[in-house]
Design a protein around this ligand. Structure first.
Ligand code: TEU
Ligand code: CA
Length: 553
């Protein structure tokens, strides 16, 4: 298989919503095996699977009860082994999602802690409350409410940065770090070729005090020992195998820390996910509001990360969608009139950047946000909590619903649309209804239709993924931002050993003019979303609604 991460593309699967083979309404591992040829046809090199370990599923598997066993709803260990072997046969590697900032409160370690076993109590953060009866600190849980849960029998609280059933692990305890290493080695021995580490930059806590100015994140984000812990994990596990790629999911991180996390010789991780570019429709860090996308901010952030990481020989993961995000075509494009054009435009911007692109299941079809109209259709704990919190703050139920419809993580979790049948081919007809509603537009947006259409979004992604393997200017080149202050154009130049690439995109649904566009003499168009080629005349490039094109010399 191709193990050069610069030339690779990762396909992300949320198994619960990908393909259900036994008609119980839940996606499963056999469903992933069944669709390997599809992923191969797209051209992906790695398949990232979100967690399928034993779990009560309060956060869809990000609450792990046992890292060594498979949740029977997803399948069995034999299925995982078969999946790894079948992917390998097709030249693809599996990337597993390891959640090590916290465990489910049903994990044996936490249960033993709750029995009062001092060895296991040290695996977590148990602390006394304040004298006035308040929790130890004022930190907020990412899913709403205070981040500490009271345990009466100890008269103490435990820390949970996420759901109350996700208890934070104490990485300062060497025994925790040893257990984590054991788990990583176990999956390496099974033949896993990559790891994604969930919110890994939150594992080192700086201490416990009230945050006078914020929600607590400054006490645990990119904490004091984070680089030490990552270097140690690397040296004890995947650092021994040059073929393994790793990506750290970095919550609210800083560029300066990412130089190290993903620095070529830092001995930490291969690459990082950061999310600043997806907070451009937030108010600061506040997600549960409705504000228009700040396009200038989006460009500034992406370019700053692109050039900054390059200067420091560090590597980005690049993406517009995942299982925690609304669908990018609904978010930054137009999922109606210019659905196809805008989906292709957004794909082009991401796939020609310097970094490893990630495609989230259904993105390659231009899947859109969920079409839910009632709160009962939403399943995500974060959405349901914030629906309540918004109303507690005084919003009407319909205003709260509107915000949830726009920002909910469930937008990315509706079943994969394979065909136009009742359940979109996610569950076969006659099976149980899928665990979460199928989008009504599956009659039009589905794999079957797109495989038959040479001009489909699927085939466009396929071509972008192939171009990264063909052109080293895409995989290895330097990046130079263009049109930085233009109100509608997103453009950049890539250069590598005398080769050049110009990527141009109109980010909006109105025709626009790019004055002072680059001279394209000697260039040829390698991909674009309009049949007719456009190029600058007298330095002015007129771009049609959502038009994008990539030119190469
Ligand atoms: O998400 C990390 C994270 O920081 C989330 O708060 C994310 O920003 C949020 O979902 C968007 O509002 C990871 C996983 O990807 C997510 O699915 C888990 O719920 C979370 O960690 C806890 O494990
Ligand atoms: Ca199933």
């Amino acid at each position: 298989m191709n193990t050069d991460f610069r030339k690779s593309t990762v396909y992300q699967i949320y198994p619960k919503s990908f393909r259900d083979t036994n008609g119980d309404g839940l996606g499963d591992l056999r469903g992933v095996i069944e669709k390997l040829d599809y992923i191969k046809e797209l051209g992906a090199d790695y398949i990232w699977l979100t967690p399928f370990f034993v779990s009560p599923q309060n956060d869809n598997g990000y609450d792990v009860e046992d890292y060594y066993r498979i949740d029977p709803r997803y399948g069995a260990m034999e299925d995982v082994e078969e999946l790894i072997a079948e992917a390998d046969k097709r030249g693809m590697g599996l990337m597993f999602d390891m959640v090590f900032n916290h465990v489910s409160t049903r994990h044996e370690w936490f249960r033993r802690a709750m029995e009062g076993d001092p060895y296991y109590k040290e695996f977590f953060f148990f602390r006394k409350g304040k004298e006035n009866g308040d929790p130890p600190t004022n930190w907020e849980s990412k899913f709403g409410g205070n981040a500490w849960e009271y345990v009466e029998k100890f008269d103490e609280y435990y820390l949970h940065l996420f759901d109350v059933t996700q208890a934070d692990l104490n990485w300062a305890n060497e025994n925790v770090r040893k257990e984590v290493q054991k788990i990583v080695r176990f999956w390496m021995d099974k033949g896993v070729k990559g790891f994604r580490f969930d919110v890994i930059n939150l594992i080192s806590k700086a201490g416990f005090a009230d945050d006078e100015t914020g929600d607590g994140r400054k006490f645990y984000t990119d904490g004091p020992n984070i680089h030490k812990y990552l270097k140690e994990l690397n040296a004890a596990t995947f650092g021994h195998d040059a073929q393994i790629i790793t990506v750290g999911e970095m919550s609210s991180t800083s560029l300066e820390n990412c130089y190290q996390y993903a620095g070529r010789d830092a001995g930490e991780l291969t690459m990082v996910f950061s999310f600043h570019h997806l907070k451009v429709d937030f108010m600061g860090n506040e997600k549960w509001v409705l504000v228009p996308t700040d396009f200038q901010k989006l460009k500034n952030i992406l370019f700053r990360w692109q050039t900054g990481m390059e200067e420091h020989n560090a590597w980005n993961a690049v993406f517009g969608c995942n299982h925690d995000q609304p669908r990018v075509v609904s978010r930054f494009g137009d999922d109606e009139k210019y659905w196809k054009e805008s989906a292709k435009m957004l794909a082009t911007i991401v796939h020609c950047l310097r970094g490893t692109p990630y495609v989230y299941q259904g993105e390659e079809l231009g899947m859109t946000n969920a079409d839910f109209t009632d709160i009962s259709q939403f399943k995500d704990v974060e959405s349901l909590n914030h629906y309540q919190i918004l109303q507690d703050k005084g919003l009407s139920a319909s205003d709260a619903l509107r915000i949830v419809q726009i920002h909910s993580r469930d937008n990315g979790r509706t079943p994969m649309q394979w065909d136009d049948s009742q359940y979109a081919g996610f569950t076969d007809e006659g099976g149980d209804a899928p665990w979460i509603g199928v989008n009504g537009n599956h009659s039009r947006v589905n794999v079957k239709a797109q495989l038959a259409d040479p001009d489909s979004i699927f085939h466009y992604y396929q071509k972008l993924i192939a171009l990264r393997k063909e052109l080293e200017v895409i995989s290895c080149g330097d990046i130079h931002p263009l049109a930085e202050n233009h109100p509608s154009v997103f453009a950049y130049r890539r250069t590598y050993e005398g080769h050049e690439l110009i990527v141009a995109a109109n980010f909006y649904g109105r025709t626009c003019q790019w004055k002072e566009a680059p001279d394209l003499t000697g260039f040829g168009r390698v991909i674009g979303n309009y049949a007719e080629e456009s190029r600058p005349a007298d330095g002015v490039w007129i771009l049609q609604p959502y038009e994008t094109a990539v030119w190469y010399r």
